[in-house]
Ligand binder design. Sequence first.
Ligand code: OAD
Length: 233
Amino acid sequence: MKKLVILSGAGISAESGISTFRDAGGLWDKYPVMQVASIEGYEADPELVINFYNERRKQLLDVKPNQGHMLCAELEKYFDVTVVTQNVDNLHERAGSHNIIHLHGELTKVCSSYNPNNPKYIKELRPEEFEVKMGDKAGDGSQLRPFIVWFGEDVPRIADAAYEAEKADIFVIIGTSMNVYPAAGLLNYVPYNSDIYLIDPKDVHIETDRKITHIKKGASEGMKELMRMIAGV
Ligand code: OAD
């Protein structure tokens, strides 16, 4: 089976009702990004940041995967698929994808403030436990914090993602403005003779000399078109 790697971003979840970050009216228009998504912001006001992610986590109860996510899962019938996502929602999982690398963490998990990547202290929350409170403690006694990779922090799963990108016969970029590194740099690992597709209703500026086939549509329609092109269905 050919290897297919998907790099997804906020745009794939837009049709499920989750706001993107950089589109007009996106999350970073409403909240100062460095306040709610940086390690400095967390250290300055942990309660504000914890509450911001409580809201995002609560929203997961009201949204469901859209056809874009579903078709990513369906591609597993035809290809050996790995989804590398910058999204912290769980919509790829809920749509049935099996191999998912979350580069920027997961809303459904919490971790230690001292050592966010120590697996001993990473805990999966049940849906009804969406609310983390000040004073809730991780196993090492530190404040429990969202398991999210903030600006200023390492991206521990980038090596796993690069390893997958290196094996890709087909690389699909969907719903990301390709503004955030190291995620956007994954394209550089894709072999030179592989096919690269971009699904996005808007033009995306991508720093590369590679040939990219742009399917200029939203996630659901774009994934349908991709299925026709690469799987003939
Ligand atoms: P952005 O908000 O930067 O980009 C969203 C992209 O989705 C844009 O290119 C849109 O044109 C596209 N888009 C909008 N609607 C779409 C639809 N219906 N179907 C397909 N595409 C659509 O989001 P990301 O690139 O994911 O990190 O942002 C990357 C990272 O920046 C995020 O993971 C987050 C953020 O800061 C952290 O918070 C650590």
